[in-house]
Design a protein around this ligand. Sequence first.
Ligand code: NAD
Ligand code: UDP
Length: 319
Amino acid sequence: MRILLTGSAGFVGSHLVERFLHEGHSVIGVDNYLSGQPANTALFEHHPRFRFVQADVSLGIPAQQEPLDWVMHFASPASPPHYQQHPIATLMVGAQGTQHSLELARAHGARFFLASTSEVYGDPLVHPQPESYWGHVNPNGLRSCYDEAKRYAEAITMAYHRHHGVDTRIIRIFNTYGPRMRADDGRVITNFLHQALRGEALTVYGDGSQTRSFQYIDDLVEGIVRLMGTPYHEPVNLGNPDEFTMLELVRVVQEVLGRPLQIIHEAMPQDDPRQRQPDISRALELLGWRPAVALRDGLRLTLEQVRGAQVISQERRPS
Ligand code: NAD
Ligand code: UDP
């Protein structure tokens, strides 16, 4: 298959490129490096079935001469510090970026895949969150640039499906981690691992009783590949149902590092969801999918890469 993937230089995008190339597909990656990394493009630049186009998909996607089987829209800053630094670009890539991607799919008769998010549930009043829950979102708070962009992206995807007959898929991704996250993305797992390796105290926002459910990247990629093979148009949650408070997460990081860690409490960010846990019944029934990697194991794998990256950056530092 020939797959055009927006957001190919990002964390999730780079793992998808790797999986698709491994399976023998051709990939056209599109990214403007707003929150991605040139190093993620460099990983594949010499691969004969990979081509990269640097473009802002909110402005349009350069026309493609070759036929396309899939257009997959993964471009968007995803970490709260990144999307809050770029609130308008985040709204645009969820709105115009999604529409340009849908139009490209329509023009090529390709299938379309949208990366949505558990953030569409906001600070949820239903727990765990099934796809049928409509959410509890502040429409104009600090997180709204991301949450509402993704809610719009889902709406326009369903409109193209219903009105234009585009063959679409929507996933709602819950907190996902793994190798190749940007060291400065500000997400909790990135912060905790880097702080621990630098010998600093881990920054716990608020009292640390808020919860998240952390999914290892390989599980997400497997769920995506399975959904590509299933003609199902409603949203599907992809996440790991094992739920942890941030203080429990500190304990798991301690276990993985094998030493006690200091913590320091910092202010709770505005509208930070109190709890989050996917109901994955739909993915289980539809795709026979459930996550296979426990947090402890996924953190070990991530830590190896983070350690390696720290050694390289120290070696490059001028003396
Ligand atoms: P990321 O920031 O690492 O990757 C996003 C990529 O999109 C980056 O390479 C960025 O440069 C690119 N991009 C942003 N705006 C663009 C634009 N206008 N034109 C072209 N490229 C643009 O984030 P990620 O964690 O890899 O997330 C990928 C997708 O998955 C996003 O759509 C995100 O909303 C979704 N998602 C991720 C998570 C998670 O936990 N990682 C959770 C929920 C949803
Ligand atoms: N968090 C934290 N310390 C940090 C970064 C984040 O305690 O250094 C908390 C944050 O307040 C949130 C949770 O960890 O409750 C997950 O935050 P992240 O930014 O990783 O993802 P999101 O809020 O989008 O789920």
